[in-house]
Design a protein. Structure first.
Lengths: 364, 428
């Protein structure tokens, strides 16, 4: 009986890969997704928070752009997220699942903080900055290199390895704070006198310039250099890479050195440029958010500017919303989640379409 | 065949639902009969009185480390709400920013509040202090107030202020409740007097925590002389798992009563599971743990908020260091859990409160404890945070024979390791 049944039944729908969409078609799908997301979040806001959705959206925009200072903060957060995203991109393009950017940035920051603390009063500022930069980049490289070498030599699982390295980095920072903060409070006083220079009285400008330059470099490296091409080939198929004579192990190690170095720079900017101190939460989850930024942009550094903007914009807006309406930050998180869900979901519909079965009725 | 399966599944599901309802119903009825529940609080938050006019354009901004999921921040947020209601301030006049980390984000938040026109800006976490000072220098016309900080008295800024409360008195009172419970266990033969060991889950090996657990211990010792205590540190202010693990470790080491100075439900939860009495902090956990919760002490921030708002609107100076006590209503206790506390607990608490009010009772009375088997006649405390190596700088023993806590600055500086308390891990 059951055998007979399965023969005559066809599924309600099936999923088919679609031909590439026209650019306006793709844009249309994305606009529709965002509109649907806004509509659904409006419903959520009205039901859960009993607020006027228009006021809610106004608050989001106000939180991101409401004053000159807020625009600066938005830009600063954008470039820091972008910097970490640039770091993970070469590895992801190679299909090396580096989820250890959080730790790689943190050890970079730790190296910077250590140099500031112990050599700050022993060196001239220019020399100090050189040492800070070298230390943070080296630390970032070491943190990325350990899983890369293990992967290249023994084919270890890089996802687990890089993840575990995050916890070691966090514990190292906790140890550093315990050992060197004399009051025992675990709070390191900011060392404002040592650190990266401030350009024209605008504290975040240097970070913005550095990351902008990095974005261009990474774009050119991935798109036009031979090494960038090797990364794509290894990512598409390791066997093809081997067949055409690419040394896969070498590419893995080299790419992770680049990844780690950029993470080190991010740590340098966060600790030496912005915070002048370090805590276990200095990176603030950017190492993980960066993965989404990078994937959403399909590893294109210029598109990553947009995707970082989207995420930082929502974050800053959500902060304002929860402050202004006195609602728990979890409701803002739900809204951010809904919007991201629709945006990521629409990428699916750009590549596949749903075909409903025409013969279903007859068979029933 | 298929239809039959469906019917079967439905029936089974229905049976399960009905059965579980029945089970729940029976249990609830049984409990209602025997529970006495929480008593009235012996030291409740006083009503907020407003004897001044508030300017129409007055605004106050608050910076909180986490949001209401952390008991520490919830305690602040509740105080903010109660003051706002009592003073009739609008939501536009009281701006709360939550989840502000202890980094440049705090400076950014303070600046943002300044741009929104706040007259007073308050931050609630220790690590916010440097960033508040940074903002205070930039906005000299705005008052910056900071809870638990240590730098106002040495920084020399007119518009930067520290605040705390003499919470060590509250913990001492909670300690009395614990000590009496131990006495009850000794009396009914559950434990012998030498096994009266308490456990304490602390965040950091830091004066605020040391002052807290020592006062709790001394409160217990004042009624149960044989008591000892073991302290396990977690190295974090909020970590459910670590706090739970620490409490479980203490229980397995033979601690028969647990208290904590950390912000999650980790320790109370572990006590509930092991059925070990628990003294909470920052608000009662009775609803979650009705069979193990004894009492909780907390700082009530409402009097301080009322004070700074009054100062600002009356054009008066805000004190550089403000340490609220029992008289100000800054130290409060929850109700006691009448189902499990020992007999006579309420009377003992009330007697101690009177002692504090009249000045006859001192928490850190040097006659009640020893350090390395010797009385503490003299002690140089580290009060001024200006020196890089945190060297001791101020004599803290009062001539009348007690450690003069929170007199030289609002934040606690009692960091003496006294006999009877064993630190299990000093790594933090």
């Amino acid at each position: 009986m059951s055998k007979n049944n399965s023969k005559t039944r066809s599924p309600l729908f099936h999923i088919v890969k679609r031909d590439p969409m026209t650019w306006y078609g793709a844009l249309g799908v994305r606009i529709f997704a965002i509109a649907a997301a806004l509509l659904l979040s409006a419903v959520v806001i009205m039901l859960l928070a009993q607020k006027n959705p228009l006021e809610f959206y106004k608050a989001i925009i106000d939180g991101a752009f409401g004053s000159v200072d807020r625009i600066w903060i938005l830009a600063q957060n954008l470039v820091m997220l972008l910097c970490v995203s640039l770091a993970v991109t070469p590895a992801f393009k190679m299909k090396f699942w580096n989820i250890g950017a959080e730790g790689q940035v943190l050890v970079g920051g730790l190296a910077t903080a250590t140099v500031m603390m112990f050599f700050g009063d022993k060196m001239s500022l220019p020399l100090l900055i050189v040492v800070m930069t070298l230390a943070s980049i080296t630390a970032g490289i070491i943190w990325a290199l350990l899983p890369a070498i293990s992967k290249a030599l023994w084919n270890t699982n890089e996802t687990l390895f890089t993840l575990m390295m995050n916890y070691i980095a966090i514990q190292l920072v906790a140890f550093f704070l315990k050992r060197f903060v004399k009051s025992g409070s675990g709070v390191l006083e900011p060392m404002h006198e040592y650190g990266l220079p401030v350009i024209a009285d605008m504290p975040y400008l240097l970070n913005i310039i550095i990351v902008a330059v990095l974005t261009i470099i990474v774009y050119i490296y991935l798109k036009y250099s031979k090494q960038g091409y090797e990364i794509s080939v290894v990512g598409e198929s390791e066997n093809t890479a081997k067949y055409i004579g690419i040394n896969v192990k070498k590419v893995i190690v080299r790419t992770l050195i680049i990844s780690g170095a950029i993470c080190g720079i991010a740590g340098l900017l966060l600790v030496g440029g912005t915070n002048h101190t370090i805590s276990t939460t200095t990176v603030g989850g950017r190492g993980f958010t960066a993965i989404m930024v990078s994937w959403l942009a399909k590893f294109n550094p210029f598109v990553m500017v947009l995707t970082s903007f989207l995420i930082v914009f929502l974050e800053r807006g959500a902060e304002q919303v929860s402050s202004q309406f006195r609602i728990p930050s979890s409701i803002s998180d739900i809204i951010t989640g809904i919007i991201l869900f629709f945006i990521i979901g629409c990428e699916f519909f750009l590549q596949y379409k749903i075909v409903f079965s025409k013969h279903r009725k007859e068979n029933d | 065949m298929k239809k039959f399966n469906k019917v079967l599944a439905l029936t089974l599901a229905l049976v399960l639902v009905v059965a579980s309802f029945a089970a729940c119903g029976g249990k609830a009825e049984k409990e209602e009969v025997t529970k006495l529940g929480l008593s009235e609080s012996p030291l409740a938050a006083p009503e907020i009185t407003k004897d001044y006019e508030i300017k129409e354009d007055f605004k106050i901004g608050f910076i909180c480390l986490h949001d209401d999921k952390s008991t520490y921040d919830l305690n602040f947020i509740n105080a903010i709400n109660s003051v706002q209601d009592a003073l009739g301030l609008t939501d536009e006049q009281v701006i709360i920013k939550t989840n502000i980390p202890e980094g440049s984000e705090c400076y950014e938040a303070a600046k943002d509040l300044a741009n929104q026109g706040c007259n007073i800006i308050f931050a609630n976490s220790f690590g916010h202090e440097s960033y508040m000072i940074q903002a205070a220098k930039e906005f000299p016309e705005i008052e910056f107030c900071h809870a638990t900080g240590t730098k106002a008295h040495t920084e020399g800024l007119d518009n930067f202020h520290n605040a705390f409360a003499s919470i060590y008195q509250g913990r001492y009172l909670a300690g009395i409740v614990a000590g009496l419970k131990l006495n009850e266990m000794i009396a009914d033969g559950t434990i012998t007097a030498d096994k009266a060991k308490m456990g304490y889950v602390g965040a950091y090996t830091y004066a605020e925590v040391i002052s807290g657990y020592t006062s709790f211990y001394l409160g217990a010792k004042s009624v149960c002389p044989s008591v000892t205590m073991e302290v396990q540190f977690t190295g974090e202010w909020y970590n459910v798992t670590e706090e739970k693990n620490a409490a479980e470790a203490l229980i397995s080491r033979g601690c028969v009563l647990i208290s904590q100075h950390a912000d999650s439900m980790g320790a109370p939860g572990a006590c509930k599971a092991a059925n070990v009495p628990n003294v909470s902090y920052n608000g009662d956990t009775y609803d979650a743990c009705p069979n193990t919760f004894l009492v909780s002490s907390a700082i009530n921030w409402a009097p301080y908020f009322n004070y700074i708002i009054a100062c600002e609107n009356n054009g008066e100076e805000i004190a550089t260091d403000w340490c609220g006590g029992i008289d100000e209503g800054s130290v409060v206790l929850s109700g006691i859990n009448q189902d499990i506390v020992a007999e006579g607990t309420m009377a003992a608490i009330e007697e101690a409160i009177t002692g504090f009010k009249t000045g006859t009772l001192r928490v850190f009375d040097t006659e009640t404890f020893t350090v390395k088997k010797k009385p503490l006649d003299t002690y140089m405390a580290n009060v001024d945070d200006t020196d890089a190596d945190n060297s001791p700088d101020t004599e803290a023993i009062h001539k009348d024979g007690y450690f003069n806590e929170s007199a030289e600055r609002s934040a606690p500086y009692f960091d003496v390791k006294i006999d009877g308390i064993k630190l299990l891990n000093e790594k933090f």
